[in-house]
Design a protein around this ligand. Structure first.
Ligand code: AMP
Ligand code: MN
Ligand code: MN
Ligand code: MN
Length: 302
């Protein structure tokens, strides 16, 4: 599903932070190969980045090699799918040991859950009048190891069933739509424990993107902290000043450190270019404030 990812073109200098701790490659649902993504991040002025593919660490080795070549510090990461009160929540793990047995087991469980879910998405699409089987066949033929809804959306576009991926989500794959199949993700506290067992820092990803009331969101942040979580994403790609303020308040109230990440999947989407992020408020402790010597950081130092 990677398509023809062209060599990254140097973008404009990053107006904000030289840090970007949330990036996706072809190891999950990004469009650039890990090495291309790191090259793009470097070209965008990013000095410290993390590859955080959904439920996998497959891209980390190639990304680390590219980071050394480009003089960028790469933090090994992942983005674990989890559940909280029946909703899907994403937990970014930063500074993980990719070979830690607890993490390997957690990823295997999620890969199995995704394989089962992909079949159900296929069937739901077929029943809904979309070419689910043809989309599924494309995923299988291209050797996708972590099948996500994004892969289905892109396949539906390639098959002419939707004009773009956004429209495929609106019609079939998004929240409340017929092929948005729930998966059996582990509980968020378990995901935090997995990241900690792998020597990493757990960060609550894009807290404003979940369909939660303000009160429930604060409870989630508090529970995340109580479970051993370290941080929360405060500056994310495309966020408005109001969203930045809300996320800042959430971090401060829950006593969580702040992270910044574009969640870049496709550099063609301008908001999500690596490093294009607002700066953290001085009141928020950056999640990377005491990094540099801990496990996971040495291997990728430039
Ligand atoms: P999954 O983990 O398989 O449920 O897929 C989730 C991924 O789908 C997210 O990480 C996004 O990359 C993508 N996604 C979710 N909702 C949308 C949307 N409305 N439009 C475009 N992409 C989306
Ligand atoms: Mn994604
Ligand atoms: Mn996410
Ligand atoms: Mn992400």
């Amino acid at each position: 599903m990677s398509g023809s990812a062209a060599a990254p073109t140097p973008g404009p200098p990053a107006p904000g932070s030289p840090v970007d701790l949330h990036l996706h490659s072809t190891a999950s649902d990004g469009v650039l190969a890990p090495a291309q993504l790191v090259a793009l991040a470097a070209a965008c002025g990013v000095r410290l980045c993390a590859l955080t593919d959904h439920d996998t660490v497959d891209g980390l080795e190639a990304a680390a090699a590219a980071a050394r070549a480009h003089g960028v510090t790469l933090v090994p990461g992942t983005e674990l799918s989890a559940h909280w009160r029946g909703r899907t929540i994403h937990v970014v793990g930063l500074g993980i040991d990719p070979a830690a047995s607890a993490l390997t087991a957690a990823l295997a469980l999620r890969a199995a859950a995704r394989a089962v879910r992909a079949e159900r998405i296929r069937d739901r699409l077929d029943r809904g009048g979309a070419p689910g089987s043809a989309a599924y066949a494309r995923l299988a033929a291209s050797g996708v190891r972590i099948p996500t809804r994004t892969h289905f959306a892109r396949a539906l576009v390639e098959l002419g069933a939707a004009p773009d991926a956004g429209r495929a989500f609106e019609r079939w794959l998004g929240r409340g739509k017929p092929a948005n199949v729930a998966a059996e993700w582990p509980d968020v506290t378990e995901a935090v424990a997995t990241i900690a067992a792998a020597g990493g820092h757990a960060v609550l990803a894009h807290p404003l993107r979940y369909a939660l009331s303000a009160g429930a969101r604060r409870q989630l942040a508090n529970e995340f902290r109580a479970a051993g979580g370290t941080g929360i994403e405060v500056a994310i790609g495309g966020a408005s000043p109001q969203q930045l303020e809300t996320a800042t308040g959430l971090a401060l109230r829950a006593g969580l450190e702040g992270s910044v990440g574009s969640d870049c999947h496709d550099p063609a989407l301008p908001w999500h270019r690596p490093g294009r992020l607002a700066k953290l408020s001085a009141a928020v402790v950056p999640v990377w404030h005491r990094w540099g010597s801990g496990p996971g950081f040495h291997a990728a130092q430039a």
